[in-house]
Write a protein that binds this ligand. Structure first.
Ligand code: GRG
Length: 288
């Protein structure tokens, strides 16, 4: 199997669907639409939609059923990055190598573009609910994106800044802030297939999320702005709780190995698992 070719194939299917959705996106004014489309199309790995399409294929779910959820999760991810970059949060000027949304459109429009992308995600999901399986897929995504998941993790991250420095908090922040959307990428297709291999995909998705975050923490120290497309060394500068600030670089690398191993074992007896196993190497060895 050629992993990168297959990744690009999934990405291409996703980009075609996204383009179609953008063409028919309704907005009462062009500036707001431009701000939404700017961040949706400014680049990015599209890893969450790619995971969804790959798991859907493994579970024999019709790709047309999962594609609205793939666009929805990328809209949710994009809104979270726009809001995370705002002065009130991480205050970043660069994202994906380009000026952040508020640098181009101003703070107020960036907040509204994020809000509109989140609402659009649920509009797409609600339009594709046709049975109990698609209903439970939508419910899971909403739960994992909100206070119980990504937003809850972001809140804990902000509340712990400069104060709390322990393993339990670190794990809780990352399990939620980054982990829950990645976990949703593996579980939405399972829900669409009537909870097929739910436990295995859950174990895989949780560990993949932690692997993704520990790699992100490592890259903040060892990479460059040119490669990452965003500022580096922010975690230490801002006294953030990360795998590197808590355990040092070597300690963080050991955690990456642990989560990699756990994710791999979770899928060991699943047929056609090659792409999802190779994806773990892609995440661990990524440079951006
Ligand atoms: C503001 C509600 C709210 C939540 C923000 C996701 C998030 C929560 C903040 C982003 C902070 C951050 C950089 C977390 C590290 C992991 C992460 C989500 C990285 C960015 O995701 P990628 O690498 O980005 O998938 P691309 O650009 O490839 O889409």
């Amino acid at each position: 199997m050629n992993f990168l070719k297959r990744y690009d194939d999934y990405k291409e299917i996703f980009e075609a669907e996204l383009k179609k959705r953008i063409e028919t996106l309704n907005s009462s004014n062009e500036t707001l639409k431009d701000a939404m489309v700017y961040s949706l199309t400014v680049g990015g790995k599209r890893i969450r939609p790619v995971i969804m399409l790959a798991v859907a294929e493994l579970l024999c779910v019709d790709l047309n059923k999962v594609l609205p959820f793939a666009v929805a999760i990328e809209c949710i991810h994009t809104y979270s990055l726009i809001h995370d970059d705002l002065p009130a949060m991480d205050n970043d000027d660069l994202r994906r190598g380009k000026p952040t949304n508020h640098k181009v459109f101003g703070e107020a429009m960036a907040i509204l573009a994020g809000d509109a992308l989140l609402n659009y995600a649920y509009e797409l999901i609600l339009r594709s609910v046709t049975d109990n399986n698609s209903l439970s897929a939508g419910r899971l995504l909403a739960l994992y994106a909100g206070a119980f998941g990504m937003v809850g993790g972001q809140a804990l991250d902000i509340l712990s800044e400069n104060t709390v420095k322990n393993e339990e908090t670190l794990y809780k922040i990352h399990e939620n802030k980054t982990g829950k959307l990645l976990l949703a990428s593996t579980l939405v297709p399972s829900c669409l297939a009537g909870n097929a291999h739910f436990d295995k995909l859950s174990e895989y998705g949780k560990n993949l999320g932690l692997l993704f975050q520990v790699t992100d923490d490592i890259l903040d120290v060892v990479s460059s702005t040119a490669k990452l497309g965003k500022s580096i060394n922010k975690d230490a500068d801002e006294n953030k709780l990360t795998f590197v600030t808590l355990y040092g670089l070597d300690g963080a690398k050991s955690y990456a190995d642990k989560y990699y191993g756990n994710a791999k074992s979770a899928l060991s007896d699943l047929e056609d698992n090659e792409f999802l196993l190779e994806l773990l190497n892609f995440i661990k060895d990524r440079e951006y």
